[in-house]
Design a protein around this ligand. Structure first.
Ligand SMILES: [Zn+2]
Length: 420
């Protein structure tokens, strides 16, 4: 991705650097050729020519761009799981995904890790974004997901005579697990997304306590992926599924809903980040019924919301790492509302805004394996910045309102916000 050239001074705002440190009032951030060369109090700022390009933060906040740690660019605000696969042809979903990526950037998300994509759309989306053809977050793509036959993502009964060609690679046994990963290696993905467990969305055969892959399959996925320098994550709700993932060598855990003491200990020991994605549960309970969600499914979501919130609190309190990503792209959690996840963690889970902001920036970049490049406002990093006309530390909700964004920058280039 191209960076800007020349020097820009960002001034007249507080600095929230993404490390969890308290805000620095009246800060200066100086960007040279797309990278941060100064970030701190205006008092210690280097002297610059009077005519240097400058951005007025209007007494608001200068902070790192947000990182969506569980992003589905191809989920197009569907009301049923089944619609995620072949409701529309790949051509149309590609256009929708491009639009969703642009929207994410406009919402202040300068980077995102994919949690799975129809076909290989996110891989090519990354290329188009990197080459400046499309606007969107810096992407870590996942391509198709992996799930055991008969598991959560294998919903077409055999009499329909259609498989799950677009969204998942279905496997039976470690050999097929290896061959699925090898396909993904050739596709050019970075993260292998798997389905070790079910979900409240499928109460009949694959609820949140059901396992959808065996340990042997998961271990085969990890060994093959790591051999090719890919990372592995998985949809893990059931206690045993979380344990299996941690023992198999997973690099991240999605949801981590019913983590027990053994799981927590392993998670901390291996320093594996977890992305709870909780606002989805809340929105399912609140708004799912108006989209035809059954009471049974809603009741399941109540259980996973409670379990997930408790697990998230325990992980963070014990010194673990949480990423902020939200599975957005369902009818009740449409694209463009990503920052509701942050608000939810402050208002319902009980984290402080500074904790949540660190999870949504620094930890997100760590999960992507790119924390030396972005995620905090520190000297040497790319100027992937969000300048907000407001104070998210006193009111996290301001990040839900993109009309308040003065600038969304990648590598010092203003891509969205009022100044774009
Ligand atoms: Zn997901």
């Amino acid at each position: 991705m191209k960076t800007c050239s020349g020097v820009t001074l960002i001034r007249n705002g507080q600095l929230v650097d993404g490390t969890g440190s308290p805000p620095i009032p009246n800060a200066h951030v100086v960007v040279r050729d797309g990278r941060i060369v100064y970030a701190g109090s205006a008092i210690g700022s280097p002297s610059l020519p009077n005519d240097v390009a400058s951005i007025d933060a209007n007494g608001g906040t200068i902070m790192p761009g947000l990182v969506e740690a569980h992003y589905h660019p191809t989920y197009f605000n569907v009301a049923a799981l089944e619609d995620l696969d072949i409701k529309y042809p790949v051509e149309y979903v590609t256009l929708l995904a491009a639009n969703n990526a642009k929207l994410a950037l406009e919402c202040g998300y300068t980077a995102a890790r994919s949690g799975g994509s129809l076909f290989n759309i996110d891989v090519w989306l990354r290329k188009a974004i990197e080459e400046g053809i499309m606007l969107g977050p810096r992407l870590a793509p996942s391509g198709r997901e992996i799930c055991g036959v008969g598991g959560l993502m294998d919903w077409n009964p055999d009499y329909r005579r259609i498989g799950m060609e677009g969204l998942v690679l279905l496997i039976n046994g470690p050999d097929e697990a290896r061959s699925a990963v090898r396909k993904l290696v050739k596709d050019g993905i970075e993260w292998v997304k798997t389905y070790p467990t079910g979900d409240a969305a499928a109460p009949d055969t694959n609820d949140h306590h059901t396992l959808c892959m065996t340990f042997e399959e998961m271990h085969a996925v990890v060994a093959t992926a790591h051999n090719h320098k890919l990372k592995v994550t998985g949809h893990c709700r059931a206690t045993q599924g979380i344990l299996n993932a941690l023992k198999a060598g997973y690099d991240a855990i999605e949801h981590g809903t019913f983590i027990d003491d053994e799981g927590l200990e392993l998670l901390l020991k291996r320093d594996v980040p977890c992305v709870p994605a909780l606002q989805f549960e809340y929105a399912s309970i609140e708004f799912g019924p108006s989209f035809g969600m059954s009471q049974r499914v809603v009741d399941g979501h109540k259980e996973t919301l409670e379990g997930g919130a408790e697990s998230a609190r325990r992980i963070l309190k014990a010194g673990g790492r949480l990423g902020m990503g939200g599975d957005y792209g369902f009818a009740w959690t449409p694209h463009g509302t990503y920052a509701k996840e942050l608000t939810f963690f402050v208002e319902h889970v009980g984290l402080t805004p500074l904790e949540v902001l660190k999870c949504a920036t620094k930890t997100g970049a760590e999960i992507m394996g790119r924390s030396d490049e972005f995620g905090t406002v520190e000297v040497g990093k790319l100027a992937d910045l969000l300048i907000v006309d407001g104070d998210p530390v006193s009111d996290i909700r301001v990040l839900e309102d993109r009309k308040k964004f003065i600038a969304v920058m990648q590598g010092g280039v203003i891509k969205a916000g009022k100044l774009a």
